[in-house]
Design a protein around this ligand. Structure first.
Ligand SMILES: Cc1cc2nc3c(=O)[nH]c(=O)nc-3n(C[C@H](O)[C@H](O)[C@H](O)COP(=O)(O)O)c2cc1C
Length: 357
């Protein structure tokens, strides 16, 4: 028995990408859409409602996986994109594929596709599919990037996965993958929350520019979140809490001056583990005679969180000011492994191009 599927006439792909993997996937899907006779757009920001094209429309939401879930920009797109009610949509993420010897391994997307898809469903969208594509792991503040041969092997498998997903979804079929990953992702949701609310902030404040920085402003220009600012008379880059650790700045600095300070990360972890926030809250709550219970626990928890954010901010301010002093900058620049890490230059090894957007 054959099933007839109605193909789509227009395809809008809303993409958030750090080092270009997800953008590469989106462009490939747009290419397949073109060969199937659909008009396709790759959009790097949420489109206005009045920009909706005519015809049967498919809307795709694409982003990398961060911390076994979706990064904030994907949550935002799922919540804010206008005109999703009654529209066919899919959520597709890329995840960190790896290669050991000749063997390729998949990344793990956890809840990255299904939870944003659930938001879209609640908003009245018709979910046509969710999926994950394995592209090179790009977390180069944690590990050195793969060499060109491994990158090309991983991308080649990712392209095959992308084409299979695109052909089916653009042809009107429903595509649902990754349900076991969702089950495990839900189990480790507290870890993902910890990543989104705490680790992400600490990781953002690991970045600094070493003595090779020429203050050229590339990092500020290409940051997709506007999270890097050149500050002070010397114009040195400063990372704000808007940073999503997407690695675009570190991967594309022309002098490879951007490093991640592992020693400062340890300092943040140690400082935030000190229970000052909760102790201060308990002191005030005792003075106000607030009894034990949910409200008291909530206030203590929020104070603990505020303490973490404040210590990370303060710690980073110290790091940034230390970097203005030549001798201290030299010492800090050497207290990191990222000086020895190969940078990830994207799926085609060509670096990030602002013309892509
Ligand atoms: C901060 C950060 C967190 C990541 N977390 C995960 C993860 O939980 N699971 C996974 O499979 N890959 C993870 N990755 C790898 C990326 O999802 C993957 O390399 C993706 O293709 C990058 O896409 P982009 O170039 O469009 O940003 C992570 C990468 C970064 C930088």
């Amino acid at each position: 028995m054959s099933i007839e599927h109605e193909a789509f006439e227009s395809v809008d792909l809303i993409v958030w990408s750090g080092t270009g993997n997800t953008r590469h996937v989106a462009e490939r899907i747009a290419g397949t859409a073109g060969t199937l006779g659909a008009s396709a757009r790759v959009l790097s920001s949420i489109p206005a409602d009045d920009a909706r094209p005519i015809g049967r429309r498919l809307l795709g939401f694409l982003a990398p996986t961060h911390g076994f879930t979706a990064p904030w920009p994907l949550w935002k797109a799922a919540l804010m994109t206008p005109g999703v009610r009654g529209t066919d949509v899919f959520v597709l993420v890329t995840r960190g594929g790896t290669r050991v010897g000749r063997k390729l391994f998949s990344g793990f997307e956890g809840t990255a596709t299904c939870l944003p898809a659930a938001i879209l469903a609640i908003r009245g969208a018709r979910i046509r599919g969710v999926g994950a594509i394995d592209m090179p792991l790009n977390w180069t503040v944690i590990h050195p990037a793969f060499g060109p041969e491994s990158v090309s092997a991983i991308v080649s498998r990712g392209d095959t996965q992308t084409d299979a997903f695109a052909t089916r979804i653009l042809g009107g079929q429903a595509v649902f993958g990754g349900l076991p990953q969702l089950a495990l992702g839900l189990l480790i949701l507290p870890l993902s929350l910890g990543y989104m609310l705490i680790a992400r902030l600490m990781l953002a404040k690991m970045f600094f520019a070493d003595e090779n920085c020429t203050s050229c402003g590339t990092c500020e220009k290409i940051c997709p979140q506007g999270a890097v600012r050149l500050r002070g008379a010397a114009g040195r880059p400063y990372w704000t809490f808007h940073c999503q650790n997407c690695m675009r700045c570190m991967s594309n600095c022309p002098t490879e001056a951007i490093q991640g300070s592992q020693s400062w990360m340890l300092l943040y972890i140690w400082l935030s583990a000190l229970p000052f926030g909760a102790v201060a809250a308990a002191f005030v709550l005792d003075a106000l005679n607030v009894p034990a219970g949910f409200a008291r626990g909530l206030v203590e928890g929020l104070s603990g969180y505020a303490w973490t954010v404040a210590t990370v901010w303060l710690g980073y301010t110290l790091l940034w000011m230390g970097l203005l002093v030549p001798g201290v900058r030299f010492a800090l620049s050497r207290a990191t492994f990222t000086r020895f890490y190969r940078r990830y230059r994207g799926p085609t090894d060509s670096g990030y191009s602002t013309q892509a957007e």
